[in-house]
Design a protein around this ligand. Sequence first.
Ligand code: AGP
Length: 603
Amino acid sequence: MCGIIGYVGNNNASKIILDGLKMLQYRGYDSVGVAFHGGQNVNIYKCVGKVEDLENSLGNIPSFTCGFGHTRWATHGSVSYKNAHPHDFGNVVLVHNGIIENYKDLIEEFNLKDILKTTCDSEVAAALLNYYYDGNPFSAINKLIKKIEGTYSFVIMFKDIPDSLFAFRKVSPIVVCKKEREVLLASDLMPLSLMSDRYFVLPEESILFVNKNKTTLYDLNNNVIESELKTIDWKADQFDKKDFPFFMEKEIVEQPDCVYKTINKRIVDGLISFNGDNFDESILKEIDSVEIIACGTSYHAGLVGKAMFEKHALVKTNVSLASEFIYAPKVFSKKPLFIGISQSGETIDTIEAIERVKNLGYPTLGIINVKDSSLSRICDYTLYTDAGPEIAVASTKAYTCQLALLYLLAFSCGLQRKVLDENKVRSLIDELLKLPELMKQTIDKRNEYHLLTKNYLNHKDLFLIGRGLDYLTLLEGALKIKEITYIHAEAYASGELKHGPIALIENSMPVLALITQDDLILKESSNIKETRARGAKVLVIIKENLLPQLNQNIDTIVIPNCIDDFVVFVGVVILQILAYYIAIDKGYDVDKPRNLAKVVTVE
Ligand code: AGP
């Protein structure tokens, strides 16, 4: 979950590394550190806090041409100065992203207990590498790789090898960008985009050596190997916050455009085509079930996807939390299609679950935002969302783009399975293409919704209630509220209230109700009355045509009319906006909520 960056070249390494670390901070931001090779010695600077704190404390440091940096999300060892990376042990200085699972055994085996200075698994790797190092970095790294278990990416300096970096990895990513006499490597593409649009992914079971004059990739038998150069699609200015106070607001505002792009490029002659994705939709004809696997927001998108597959393609669909999937009994239908959904494509639980079913011989499809991410390299097919870089930890535009792809897949599956005919699919596509404009109208009114959030600022708990698709939308809304406002927000299927949760309603408790489904208004209206009768202060988000039937004197946010199946796109935008303004008014750093990281690479 940490971010790593390394640089060797003729320019000022400290500026490049600090700027790059700022772009990687969404991966973790509890402490930060950098190391520069000064020829005779290695200079290490670190602090608890964010990159900006380190930058301020550094002042004017000399200009170096080789160095690396690390922004941490603590796993092993508390958040402290000594546990911040880089780790310095003997001849070795390193940064690490991932987890060394057998670090305790290694401490025992190599008798390290009394000589380690930190409680980090990463320092154990540094100690071991130093133990193996006898002047030959490659044989030392090779021995280390054979000893450690877990997932990792490492960038390493040896104190007696000036101006050079070494890197290797397992699962956790490292991408590398090379220009004449200049090399930049990092945990993801964002910082690389500052230098070039060409990069390669460091292969597993290889060791990268870089200095100013050469960048060489070796396999574990010391043979030089080639890497495949790829092109970064995202432009450097997409990583810019522009005039928005937070990335989250920028990303909310970008949604209509991203959703439009995700849909429109897959519409050919009025019908859905995944040819541009190298995915032959006739595969959808053969399947007898869909198994969706994901975490967090991507899981919530999967729940809506299930509703669409079951309604429009009449295909049984299950949705599993990736972290639970590995423990579940494996009873699948004869011809399932597994779909892994992930914004980052680096979520370790999703990767492991999809890897498992792939190894069992099942077809796998990824719905992913980040190109060439680890999950996309595992899946048989990948459909990329066109959300562009999502930097705020709270996912917004990735979710609505995931929905867009799931809807397209469900309709296409319906057509392949002859549940839908071409005319019906064309009319569904027409409706889908109206959504970006409806989302935009809603987003343009965001200042009005802001006024309604004042009621929530001083409450510790918030209920969100709804039925059917509304309940699924609220699950995502509750996650947004939890992660950025720290209010304990729970979504409940309204019908379940009387089975327990209503016991928690007390005077003045805030409740948010979502009503967008024509056939559910009467039942939902009763549920709202039940909570109000117990003192709840209810705000209703309601589709325009249902307003007369609500018939209660109550605060409302009105959603423009659209077909029930599609309202999720608009409803969720309102919930994102409410969460955003509550967090802002509480004075929180919306983009970097406490305890969280954007990319979850630990189980
Ligand atoms: C969303 O707001 C969260 N930050 C989180 O739940 C996220 O969706 C989850 O970690 C899955 O990430 P992925 O889509 O990159 O796999």
